[in-house]
Design a protein around this ligand. Structure first.
Ligand code: SF4
Ligand code: SF4
Length: 56
């Protein structure tokens, strides 16, 4: 299990700094979550203004 950034992402960057394990990076004008690093904490989902992040 890992959280995933969906198509609604507007690349604002709010989630980035919230991740305790630095699993979020930028790619192709979206943020992207490295599933191998994600600890499933859900903090990024709460920080996203457009609810683009969800558990998969
Ligand atoms: S769920 Fe937690 S560990 Fe995973 S990307 Fe979001 S903030 Fe980082
Ligand atoms: S907080 Fe949401 S909209 Fe902003 S970069 Fe992260 S996933 Fe994209």
């Amino acid at each position: 299990m890992a959280y995933k950034v969906g198509d609604a992402c507007i690349n604002c960057g709010s989630c980035d700094s919230e991740c305790p394990v630095e699993a979020i990076s930028e790619k192709d004008n979206h943020r992207w979550i490295d599933a191998s690093k994600c600890q499933d904490c859900g903090v990024c989902a709460g920080a996203c203004p457009v609810e683009a992040i969800a558990a998969e």
